[in-house]
Write a protein that binds this ligand. Structure first.
Ligand code: CDP
Ligand code: MG
Length: 735
């Protein structure tokens, strides 16, 4: 019995395309002194057709060989000690046969560009090889990652492989979390953290090797690092510089680093069958879920990787999948659902790396993080809805937003490639072939060209780099964005009229925070409320995971939350009250449960708060609390966030004061029903509307008092209050 009509409906992937010709899929590197082609005196390695090229075998049951092979090696390694087994695994990585050649290349060249596809062993192995070769005798080896999760998980893996405790010989350093010690020789860190290390050690003297990893991601910090490490490599000939990338466009890196040689590690890539949808999908999340379930019930063993855009989407998908599979009961094999995104608690992250039990199938719901920075073994099916969350920045208004955006062709190819690492794979693209060819950009625009540069400009200025227009950028940012950053820093009094760092600016630069937050902290000295302000800054830095709102107890949770808002104190002060109450409860977990607060987030806030307290000491600001004087606290907030002020409109929406734009108070705000006439907000988020998140009431005269160079009286004169006495304006407005 076959219901072909239903089958047709179930399978929207009518069109298929061969795996792109230029993919690394069917090539391998013949590397060795015999085959090595030398061009000038540089290394030049060439891909050649893979000999043991495995034909596309995507029919049911055709993947037996590869499963047996896996099972076999699994059995063998079980017998050995964990460490030996890990050593075995290390030897199987694509990079292993090239260990000595790689070391020789590093020895001979100061700068080396290394290319090898995701999973070949670049991140975990290269620092170990260099350590084994003695480089750590001269200093630490730094390996930068664009993402916190990657830095942590890779460091954990490498410490296991070396049989040492994490934080000892192998450690990691991410913002607000330093897991290293005196012993540390291999240091995995976010690119942003290495950037900050320049502030304390401009020549990076404690390092013998710097490996800028995942260079293809072109994050803002990576791009700035390029300029800085290129500069220090000139006066530190002993410093080795490795630029490693998972994509093939390495020439650009090589050109930038004065024609540095390119070392290519051949991938073991199996063919990937690409499927497009026949028609565009109206709801890609639903389409992704349906596709995952279809694969689960119709396709041979192999795990599934689904690319989604963010935590919320992943949680929704997880819930729906759980619900639907529960409905099917024992009719289908077990489906393990593993989410992975940047904010996922560490203890849950390791779940995605655990082998899938026999008979079950794993579905990994991931953000872009799984595109290149994390390797998950056993993935055979990739579902690619074609979107990611991307920052965009409007230099005219200074507004930054995180938008769900179509990915680039380069991203689409990386995603597809995740399915062909251990055997032939299949990729289901939830968009049409027409879309792919005509609508997607070739490459993702580097972050430096679509972001607010205030933070980076402040860092560069504190490194004494004055002439930013002539900084050696690989791709320069728009001049308008640079100018906007200078303007903002000037408004915050971090720079003087000549563009030089002021004392305020120098103090601000000590804090690993956005300049507006740093300014808020530095300004708290004047208002004698530094202790209250760092609690607020810490709570803001934790993000939106403080309050817990379980589906079945939403009313209780909302009531508990509103308790902190008594007196319409505003979201910032409410956060401070949460922190202080928790502190008074002696940091009690029970207290958190009772108040629908996430313990984990609070612990993190406490950690950040303590570090900020340490930094206050460094910039010689006394720790003083003034928590009963809310105006003092609000004025400190305004000192940092005055560019983010908005005024109520007659229809209940708000209009930003500078660069007028219509915005709304986020429904989660304690002030969303109160609608004060003037507010200052922490950030804008665009969902269905442009929302202000974390809002505090403000007196308009503060703007002129605090930022006279930014606001004039005419900006803050209230047209409503001119017509009627103050206080009645709101009652009269038509909301
Ligand atoms: O950096 P690259 O993508 O070239 O590879 P890698 O991250 O060094 O990964 C090499 C291998 O280490 C992968 O095949 C993973 O199986 C393993 N690995 C792991 O098990 N857990 C991690 N956190 C990272 C890597
Ligand atoms: Mg890597």
């Amino acid at each position: 019995y076959r219901d072909t009509a239903a089958e047709e409906k179930m399978n929207p992937f009518a069109e298929q395309e061969a795996w792109e010709e230029h993919q690394i899929g069917k090539a391998t590197l013949k590397y060795g002194s015999k085959n090595k082609k030398q061009a000038s005196d540089d290394y030049q390695f060439v891909f050649e057709d893979q000999i043991d090229f495995i034909k596309a075998s995507v029919m049911d049951g055709d993947n037996v060989d590869y499963d047996e092979e896996m099972a076999d090696s699994f059995e063998k390694s079980k017998a050995k000690s964990a460490l030996e087994a890990l050593l075995d695994e290390r030897k199987k990585l694509p990079i292993y046969p090239y260990r000595d050649e790689l070391l020789k290349a590093v020895e001979e060249h100061q700068v080396l560009v290394i290319v090898g596809e995701t999973g070949s062993g670049k991140t975990t192995q290269i620092p170990q090889y260099l350590h084994e070769a003695g480089y750590t005798k001269r200093g630490m080896i730094a390996c930068t990652q664009p993402r916190r999760v990657a830095a942590m998980s890779v460091a954990a893996r490498v410490s296991q492989e070396m049989g040492v405790k994490l934080g000892h010989e192998v450690g990691y350093s991410i913002r607000f979390e330093d897991c290293t010690s005196e012993k540390t020789m291999l240091k995995y860190m976010t690119d942003g953290m290495l950037l900050r290390e320049f502030l304390g050690e401009p020549d990076l003297a404690s390092y013998s090797v710097v490996m800028v990893d995942e260079a293809h991601e072109r994050t803002l910090s990576t791009d700035i690092l390029f300029g800085l490490v290129k500069d220090i490599s000139r006066f530190r000939p002993d410093l080795k510089l490795l630029i490693s990338s998972a994509t093939l466009d390495a020439e650009k890196f090589s050109d930038y680093f004065d024609s540095a040689p390119i070392f290519k590690i051949p991938g073991r890539r199996y063919p990937v069958e690409i499927n497009f949808t026949k028609a565009p999908e109206a709801d890609y999340l639903d389409a992704a879920i349906v596709t995952a379930l279809q694969i689960h019930v119709t396709q041979p063993p192999g795990d599934i990787l689904v690319f989604l855009t963010g935590q919320e989407e992943i949680e929704t998908a997880e819930e729906i999948l759980k619900h639907r599979t529960r409905g099917l009961g024992t009719k289908i094999a077990e489906l393990m659902i593993c989410p992975i995104y940047a904010n996922l608690p560490t203890e849950l992250q390791s779940k995605i790396f655990e082998p899938t039990p026999e008979g079950a199938r794993k579905v990994v719901l991931a953000t872009n993080i799984a595109e290149t920075s994390l390797t998950i073994d056993g993935i055979k099916y990739v579902i690619d809805p074609g979107f990611c969350k991307m920052k965009s920045y409007n230099p005219r208004t200074g507004m930054e937003s995180l938008l769900v955006t179509p990915i680039s062709k380069a991203s689409a190819m990386q995603r597809a490639g995740r399915s062909g690492r251990t055997g032939p794979g299949k990729c289901f693209r939830l968009y049409t072939a027409y879309n792919y060819h005509n609508d997607l950009d070739d490459n993702t625009v580097p972050e430096i060209q679509r972001t607010n540069l205030a933070n980076v400009v402040l860092t560069l200025k504190s490194l004494g780099i004055h002439d930013l227009l002539h900084f050696d950028f690989m791709d320069p940012p728009p001049a308008e964005a640079l100018l906007k950053a200078l303007e903002l820093l000037f408004a915050l009094s971090a720079l003087n009229k000549l563009g030089e760092l002021t004392k305020v600016g120098r103090r601000m630069a000590e804090f690993p925070l956005d300049p507006m937050l740093s300014k808020m902290i530095v300004a708290s000295e004047k208002y004698k409320c530094s202790e209250d302000i760092i609690a607020i800054a810490a709570m803001l830095s934790v993000g939106n995971s403080i309050f817990y709102r379980p589906k079945d107890k939403q009313v209780h949770a909302d009531n508990a939350r509103m308790n902190f808002h008594t007196g319409n104190v505003g979201d910032h002060v409410a956060l401070m009250k949460v922190y202080n109450s928790w502190k008074e409860s002696n940091y009690s977990t029970q207290w958190c449960y009772e108040n629908y607060i996430q313990v984990r987030s609070m612990k993190r806030a406490r950690d950040i708060r303590d570090q900020l307290a340490g930094l206050l000491e460094r910039v010689e600001i006394e720790l003083t609390s003034n928590s009963s004087d809310l105006d003092a606290i609000k004025k400190s907030i305004t000192s940092g966030f005055f560019p983010h002020s908005a005024r109520l409109q007659k229809n209940g929406s708000y209009r930003t004061v500078k660069h007028p734009q219509t915005v709304h108070i986020h429904p989660s705000s304690g002030l969303s029903q109160v609608l004060p006439r003037w507010v200052v907000y922490h950030e804008l988020v665009l969902t269905t509307k442009e929302y202000m998140r974390q809002v505090t009431e403000l007196k308009p005269e503060w703007l002129v008092e605090i930022a006279p160079h930014y606001y004039q009286l005419k900006d803050v004169e209230d047209p409503i209050s001119k017509k009627m006495p103050r206080g009645e304006g709101r009652a009269q407005s038509d909301r």
